[in-house]
Design a protein around this ligand. Structure first.
Ligand code: GLU
Length: 548
């Protein structure tokens, strides 16, 4: 082993001792039972909805216990860092209401970005080296590959251990020679694990777990030939979660197999172990198989997908919460968002993301919101994603509220055509002159094949007699009258019994009027649409088809 001064020479001479950091980050003063949780994204791409799922669980576990939740940016893999990713995460967290309780500006345990904590990690790496619990490793990439190939050929587990750990017990002089020649090196943790060792621990989701102990010497400090000497995830996790006072580490289950090395690190560093809760990944059904929801293959894996389509945020959060704890999916949204999330109720196999189900939830939820709230939310969404719509809504607030009220206010079964805010233009856009293109061509296919002169005649005659009657039935009688005049049967049944006798039925006639008033073959009740549009606008739309 190198002597202490040789070890110290590998580090900045001003590097403080562990006690300095322990003093700078004292144990948090929290009420009994309060949980401190954290979500730690790596800024290597888009924010994944699975991340929001985990962050929402983190935030719930902390807040429902009177504790605290923070976000830590894990950017130690600087080669994979993607520009703008941190801002994207920031926006996503704010959008989904999982922004950090502590930031660099407000928190005492920062910085909350790992690349700015390099000195803290270095202190602990030096400490492990001083205690003989870590050592420099000069193996090149090619040498490591050769070791791995040998293990593979012998059907042995891969990893840096035993005879495949050339620098673990290297001769001190060999180490000195390499250092003197400035050969780049990493620092590895000297694992105390043995070949046959097993460990047992309790995961707060999965209960008691037994697995092989770790015996590989994991890299804890990355190569010395970079200006910023950063740790690997393993060391940074132990140091940060200890110093930042985390009480339960909630993270993706891809880390489950790393628990043995993490326990070894906590022990070697003299940190009390922190309990883990490993969350299963969100899944996607593909034919008969299930696979992980993938950023590469599934647009709905990207959080931006939800913001852009305008899924009501609280409905998405409610959906995710139901995926975490099935019990909560059975409750109404408001209640489920208030109820505690229980780690022990989280599934150990990944929950399935089903967009059709989410959309149903959204539609049902939007149907319960007051019209003014719907308008506010659509406006807010449109400001980011559909500026022309935002401007129209700003200018036509009264009309917008009346349009939203159609078949909603006072209806036992309110309309559910708004699942996400981007549906507004499709289903309500026709109410607004600025967004509506009058149907001027009597041969337009939307008229369902009615003869163009019949379409024109329908509109002309309706215009002649049109009155803005309030009562729905009386209003509709106007259409009945003109369709009878033009030889439409008074019901679809009558028409079917004698198809040669009529040009169609009242159904086709009223569909033609619907197309004229709304541009669509589907709409809410026509008399309500007409009342909302107002007489002048109804006349303008009916007239469009005549003036060709
Ligand atoms: N940065 C790690 C990741 O993105 C975080 C794991 C953890 O929460 O500890 O997987």
């Amino acid at each position: 082993m190198l002597n202490p001064s040789e070890i110290d020479a590998l580090f900045d001479p001003d590097l403080p001792a562990p006690a300095h950091w322990e003093q700078q980050y004292p144990a948090r003063q929290m009420p009994a039972g309060a949980e401190v949780t954290r979500f730690c994204p790596s800024p290597t791409g888009h924010a994944h909805i699975g991340g929001i799922h985990v962050a929402a669980i983190d935030s719930a576990i902390a807040h429902q216990s009177g504790g605290l939740y923070f976000v830590r940016i894990e950017d130690t893999d600087q080669a994979r860092e993607v520009e703008g990713a941190v801002d994207r995460f920031d926006r996503a967290f704010r959008h989904f209401d999982v922004a950090s309780d502590e930031t660099d500006a407000t928190g005492l345990y920062g910085p909350y970005t790992q690349s700015r904590r390099a000195r803290i990690y270095q202190t602990y790496v030096r400490e492990l080296m001083r205690q003989g619990r870590a050592y420099p490793c000069f193996a090149t990439k090619d040498e490591l590959e050769a070791l791995r190939a040998d293990q593979l050929a012998k059907k042995l587990p891969s990893g840096y251990y035993g005879q495949w750990a050339p620098w673990r017990d290297a001769d001190d002089d060999a180490v000195r020679d390499q250092l003197a020649a400035s050969v780049p090196y990493v620092v590895r943790f000297r694992s105390p694990g043995t070949d046959a060792g097993r460990i047992v621990f309790t995961d707060r989701i999965r209960g008691s777990i037994e697995m092989d102990d770790n015996r590989a010497d994991t890299v804890i400090l990355k190569t010395s030939d970079r200006p910023l000497r950063l740790p690997t995830y393993h060391l940074a996790h132990a140091v940060d979660d200890h110093l930042m006072g985390v009480t339960v580490v909630i993270r993706g289950d891809e880390w489950l197999s790393s628990v043995p090395v993490h326990h070894q690190l906590f022990d070697a560093l003299g940190f009390p172990r922190i309990p883990y809760a490993h969350i299963a990944p969100l899944m996607k059904q593909e034919g008969k198989t299930r696979r992980k929801l993938s950023k590469r293959k599934d647009p709905e894996a990207d959080v931006e997908f939800y913001a852009q389509a305008g899924y009501p945020t609280e409905a998405v959060l409610y959906y995710l919460r139901g995926l975490a704890n099935g019990r909560l999916a059975e409750m109404p949204l408001d209640q489920a968002l208030r109820e505690p999330v229980r780690l022990e109720e989280c599934g150990v196999t990944g929950a399935l993301v089903d967009l059709a189900k989410l959309e149903d939830i959204c539609a049902n939820h939007v149907a319960t919101l007051p019209g003014t709230t719907v308008l506010e939310r659509v406006k807010e969404w449109a400001k980011a994603y559909d500026l022309p719509l935002a401007e129209v809504l700003q200018a036509e607030e009264g009309l917008a509220l009346r349009a939203i009220a159609v078949e909603r206010d006072g209806f036992d079964n309110p309309r559910k055509d708004l699942r996400m805010w981007s549906n507004f233009r499709t289903h309500y856009g026709f109410f607004f002159q600025q967004l509506f293109v009058p149907v001027a061509d009597p041969a337009d296919p939307r008229f369902g094949g009615l003869a163009p002169d019949v379409v024109q005649e329908l509109s002309r005659r309706l215009l002649d007699r049109y009155q803005a009657i309030e009562d729905g039935d009386a209003w509709f009688n106007q259409i009945r009258a003109v369709s009878a005049e033009l030889n439409f049967a008074d019901s679809a049944r009558t028409y079917k019994q004698n198809p040669d006798k009529y040009v169609g039925s009242i159904k086709e006639a009223s569909q033609a009027i619907r197309v004229l008033l709304t541009g669509s073959t589907r709409s809410p009740a026509l008399h309500l649409v007409a009342a909302t549009l107002g007489e002048a606008e109804v006349r303008r739309r009916l007239d469009a088809v005549r003036t060709v």
